[in-house]
Design a protein around this ligand. Structure first.
Ligand code: BG6
Length: 509
């Protein structure tokens, strides 16, 4: 750590109570690739209470020791330089129950197991049920949890019985509302933890620190000083082996309704009263309430979609979307979306927020760029105000996490030479490369019953309210689906979105 640049001062320590964490879908990819490695990492940092236990639950028949062997294999695969001295102790926390998700006997077995573990631990524990399963069976599981009284809480909700759900939450406003009312027939909002893993990313969390722990940004964080905001989530990967899910959901549902809107809300929200979960979530919801609906009669001027064709990414030739395994040859599913969002409130009126995201783009890059207005007048005759570049604040979310501010500066020497100078900091240089994975932070928060980084149902409704008319218009088929070459920054029509307003993506191709 570079001690000239970083002086850590305040650390709010957290220590979870004993919890029993049940992972449904425990033999699946997410559990082995992300969840269990994240739990192991928390364990090595003493952030998993020593009395906490994990129960894997899935349909595959397996004994406890077979499950432990599989977990060990995954940990060795997914955690480089794993601390083997901790492995035996961690594996000792694991248990496994197999059963059908719709059968009461699975939940009876689970209840007995939990009671047995609690008796051994000799204390009441928080119970967390993580649904790492297809969304189609969320309610099947939650209903059974309710019937077997596994999620029953006292009035204060301590110790808690919480349910964690992965996206997607529905596929439009109607289905999201249906799912929500099903969940609410068993659980309180306080018990529902809807994950958006982008909120667990360090750089995304840092948006709030940057904005509200520094005085210098807030006075200029508005339409007087900001010209436009760009949020970009580019992925170089294609759809991998998720054709079934991705082709029926598409990119707007996969990335915009959740990750991108979350980042927009953090950039645009008003200062919350405190860093308390509902204060933050209230402000985020207000941003969504102020986003202007997309005008359906002029939709293509506000939001465009694209689909990749074959091309080259990272020096390798790759197939087009339609040639991917298990994708119908006439699929109209979008793998790219760019949109212009307008927020109708005092702070943001007139500032366009341009969002762009796609698969098989030139590189993996997630960043937020805040472009300030140009100076109103230049005293550096003959250089004119319009010749001077605007200041740009870039929040690099990944892969090169950090922050950069471009300013105008003088080049040393007798002549008047000005140019763009970038002041930047990179997480890796200051804190080293060992950042916690997003899931680590989110799992920790579920064990602390802190909902700040989880999505409330009103946010979900508003986000679907914004995008459902767009999805319906696209489904009617009279809006273009532009092709773009794999390895590019998307279709050129995405550039036109900005050019029509006199702007440009920072990398128009
Ligand atoms: C997921 C999407 O939510 O986020 C994937 O379903 C996408 O399609 C992924 O690839 C991107 O996450 P990250 O953390 O790699 O940017």
């Amino acid at each position: 750590m570079d001690s000239n640049k970083w002086k850590g001062k305040f650390c709010i320590e957290v220590s979870p109570i004993p919890n029993i964490l049940v992972i449904f879908g425990a033999s699946g990819d997410l559990a082995h690739r992300k969840l269990i490695p994240a739990l192991f990492s928390l364990f090595t940092k003493n952030l998993l209470h020593q009395k906490s236990k994990v129960i894997g639950c899935a349909r595959s028949q397996m004994s406890d020791s077979e499950f432990k062997n599989k977990v060990e294999e995954s940990l060795l695969k997914y955690i480089p330089n794993l601390d083997k001295s901790k492995l035996v102790e961690f594996l000792d926390k694991l248990n496994y129950i197999s059963g059908q998700y719709n059968e009461a006997k699975t939940y009876n077995a689970l209840l007995s197991k939990i009671e047995e573990l609690e008796a051994k631990i000799n204390t009441e524990t928080g119970r967390i049920f993580y649904l790492s399963t297809p969304p189609t069976i969320y309610f099947t599981i939650v209903k059974q949890l309710g019937l077997s009284k596994l999620t029953d809480e006292n009035e204060e909700g301590v110790p808690w019985r919480n349910v964690v759900l992965e996206k997607p939450f529905g596929r439009d406003l109607k289905t999201a509302k249906e799912l929500d009312s099903q969940l609410r027939s068993v659980l309180n909002e306080r018990q529902i933890y809807r994950i958006d893993h982008y909120l667990g990313k360090e750089t995304v969390q840092n948006i709030l620190m940057l904005r509200f722990a520094n005085i210098m940004f807030e006075p200029i964080w508005n339409n007087k000083y900001i010209d436009n905001v760009q949020i970009m989530v580019g992925e170089s990967v294609g759809i991998g082996n998720r054709a079934g899910y991705y082709d029926s959901y598409g990119h707007l549902r996969d990335m915009f309704q959740n990750h991108i809107l979350q980042m927009l809300a953090l950039v645009a929200m008003e200062p919350p009263t405190s860093f308390e979960s509902n204060h933050i979530r209230n402000e985020k919801v207000k941003v969504l309430e102020a986003i202007k609906p997309f005008p359906i009669n002029e939709l293509d001027k506000h939001i465009v979609r694209g689909q990749y064709e074959k091309g080259e990414v990272d020096g390798e030739k790759v197939d087009g979307y339609l040639d991917e395994n298990n994708i119908p040859e006439d699929s109209m599913t979008e793998s790219f979306v760019a949109g212009k969002f307008l927020i109708d409130n005092w702070r943001w009126k007139g500032v366009p927020f341009y969002m762009r995201s796609g698969k098989r783009m030139k590189e993996r890059l997630t960043e937020i760029k805040i472009t300030f207005k140009k100076v109103p007048y230049s005293i550096f005759n003959p250089i004119q105000a319009e010749d001077l570049s605007p200041n740009i604040l870039t929040l690099n979310v990944q892969p090169d996490e950090g922050l950069a501010l471009s300013i105008q500066a003088k080049q040393p020497g007798p002549k008047l030479c000005m140019g763009d100078l970038t002041m930047d900091f990179k997480y890796n240089e200051i804190f080293g490369g060992d950042k916690p994975e997003a899931y680590e932070r989110l799992l920790l928060d579920t064990m602390l019953a802190d909902q700040t980084l989880f999505i409330r149902s009103d946010f979900i409704d508003l986000s679907w309210g914004l995008f459902t008319p767009v999805l319906e218009a696209w489904e009617k088929g009279n809006h273009p689906l532009y092709k773009y070459k794999a390895g590019s920054w998307g279709p050129k029509e995405a550039c036109k979105l900005l050019v029509q307003d006199g702007f440009c993506w920072c990398d128009c191709n």
